[in-house]
Design a protein. Sequence first.
Lengths: 258, 274
Amino acid sequence: MGSALGLGITMIWFSLLVLIPLVAVLIAAADLGLAGFWDVVSSPQTAAALRLTVVQALGVTLLNVVMGTALAWVLVRDHFWGKRLLDVVIDVPFALPTIVAGLVLLSLYGPNSPLGVNVANTRAAVFLALAFVTLPFVVRTVQPVLETLERDTEEAAASLGASRFTTFRRVILPSLTPAIAAGAALSFARGISEYGSLVLLSGNLPGRTEVASVRVLTYIENGSKEAAAAVAAILLLVALLVIVALDVLQRRLARRGD
Amino acid sequence: MATSYASDPAPVRWGLRIVTVGYVFLLVAWPTALVFKNALANGFGAMFETFSDPEIAHAISLTLTITVWAVAINLVFGLTISILLVRYDFPGKRALSAMLDVPLAVSPVVVGLALVLVYNGRDGWFGPSLEEAGFQIIFSTPGMIMATVFVALPLMIREVVPVLEEIGDDQEQAARSLGANAVQAFRRITLPGIKWAVVYGVVLSLARSLGEFGAVKIVSGNISGQSQTATLSVEETYQNFQQQASYSIAALLAFAAMACLVVVAILRPKEQQE
């Protein structure tokens, strides 16, 4: 009885907080009708924002696949002074408020850069901000898998004359692929939805450095909630797709672990 | 373990070390250190002076209020949902479990818009009737708390669920069969088992709640001295060329976030030893 009551209250709370509001976004977007929806997303400024968001998120995800896997490798297989510190620093982008992340990057790569590199208000700034906030995803999904990887097959491959590179490509990499894919999916989802870290850094120049989330906010500020909902619905659907993909991947990872 | 892994040839090992450490240093460590340096450029006194500005002091105290509420709500409901997911079967369980990850993947701006569409007092689904009954959600603290609860929702659940799954329910069942009621079994058996997971969940939710920006910006109205949180005042002060104020608040928030990280980093190994 107690559990039924708990379930009931929890479901009402979850519906009021999450489900109904998210459905409201989809319904507000659907209210525009197909033609209205298309008018919004194909308007030059919004289309440019969506294109920029997807391209930058894909680019950053690719970078994370390489750097994240390398970082996980170094954290698991290498031993050096300060490794534990490196391990903690990787989580800083998760913990830092996004607006602070923007300010953080601005202090090294902004107008007063001690390096003399100023990317503020350029597309490079968008890429930089996304690389910062998505850094931990691939590392944190690959690291645990690498830790539990059996050394036997690697040693067998090596004893049969495979080079280190061949062993990595043919033996290690296939076992890491589901974890890398899961990390890449998370990193892509975070990349297309990023807002806070870009506010101060990218300048939000229409058609140049304006991303999809900023478009949503501009529409809200101009009082057109339906147009905001159209762009938001696209972001929401991509997020849902990523979650479904992750669910499938996690099941595959769990099976491998058995 | 240390010796069995040291098989990469030295050039590869050093190459990877330099590239990865250099990457993290240039992307995270150095920029983060600079924020503290900029905040302290005019000394501790100048930094703390900004916090006594009435509008900034109000923003910080509003952030604290929202954080306390959001963490408390996520603690109660996070624990309840985790126990329901692990210990009970009900229709739609897998869908619920997947939906719980939505706040991690969706943009905070979408979260803000979603709440505005339902709870705004003018043309929202429930907003007008709630306002007639005397509850203002949007442009008011309850809406900001809701937005913060939404974005921090999965953190507690993701920590607690795996631990609950691992400890199983044998001991709880034994306690129940010896006459303990559900509350006693939870307090004496379940809670001690998931203690550390709950602590991490609280710390992670705390860090996330202190730092929420996009969703809160949309639901709050962002009025300085009234509905402006600490993160929102970082933006406003920076755009008003009040560099010292902006860097000071940012450093305070960054310090709080890193304190949370350090707490988790220190506590983690303890749990593994147990």
